[in-house]
Design a protein around this ligand. Sequence first.
Ligand code: GDP
Ligand code: MN
Length: 383
Amino acid sequence: MNIHEYQARDLLRRFDLPVPPHVVASTAEEALGAARDFGAPVIVKAQVHAGGRGKAGGVKLARDVDEARQHAEAILGMTIKDLVVGKVLVAPAVDIAREVYVGVTLDRAEARPVLMLSAEGGIDIEEVAQRTPEKILRAHLHPWRGLPGYEARRLCFQVFPDDARAALGLARICSRLADAFDQIDATLAEINPLVLTKSGELLAIDAKINLDDNALARHPDFEALRDLDAEDARERKARAKGLSYIHLEGDVACVVNGAGLAMATMDLIQHYGGRPANFLDIGGSSNPEKVTTALEIIQSDPNVRVILFNIFGGITRCDDVAQGLLMALESSPPRVPIVVRLIGTNEERAREMLQGASLETASGMDEVVQRAIAAARGKGGSS
Ligand code: GDP
Ligand code: MN
């Protein structure tokens, strides 16, 4: 789950990270009030679930309070990466001497969290990572001992080679960020930039946190941080109906029961040269309504050119899935071909039910995937 900068700042403060105060405003008048309280200059920042706000014109320095009101007026309602700005953050501006990047994320290849640091933080960090990856310093976290202090200090002295005070301060910040990452079950906790001010203070003036969806059950209070407006509408609807759906870029939609079979189906689509349009696990129980909802969600994606059903009936009964499929076909005829593989519990009954329905069936996994890809291409020749 992605959260806003202002929420991430609140979380990081709990771990004693040096985050300057802020106020969140949803009108230009509120922003003006905040600027008056802090005293100019202030920074006005768009609050959207997207990076690169600075480059998009969503971060503006105001030299006086009236300018703060003007910036807020311009930024509120602005669109950044398809997201409409509904709130701005107002904070006292800081005098920046240096901008450093510091973040903790999961290194899936190493199966451990990793601390990343760079002396060249700020809005060009993606470019730094791509063009000069050696400028991103890394230290892995131990699964239960966390970040070794000596490792943090070793890297921080590379960031601030002639400033021991800043290097040691940065090392403490790294340890706290690693603690925060661990305790809130984040998949990403990032401060970019962490700045050294002209008076020698270290301050976290931006914060980005992604929370691990699979750990949210351990943090019931985090549910309040969810911004429904900022989430994919299809994923939201799926979650509400108990389906596990993730939108992808391809054109072969798949409806599968069980996460493992869904992954294997997606692998096979790739293997035969197709591209999956989604991950979808309709779950173990077989409620016909889940199938109709799944079809609604899938068909609202304009990229979809075929729908592939791959159901292995164990607890799930093939006749229930067939029932859901027929109900869906009746209420709204599909705009794309459907290719179905129903195997296992009550498959004969399902086959009888589907006889005469306008869909293709297949019995093998390779076969159903190959037919689906062919159907997607037949519909307009995607490559
Ligand atoms: P992002 O572009 O979405 O990552 O937004 P940031 O919060 O990181 O802001 C982008 C850039 O704006 C930073 O890298 C800074 O250079 C600049 N900036 C942000 N806050 C301040 C501030 O208080 N004072 C000054 N002078 N610049 C700031
Ligand atoms: Mn930033």
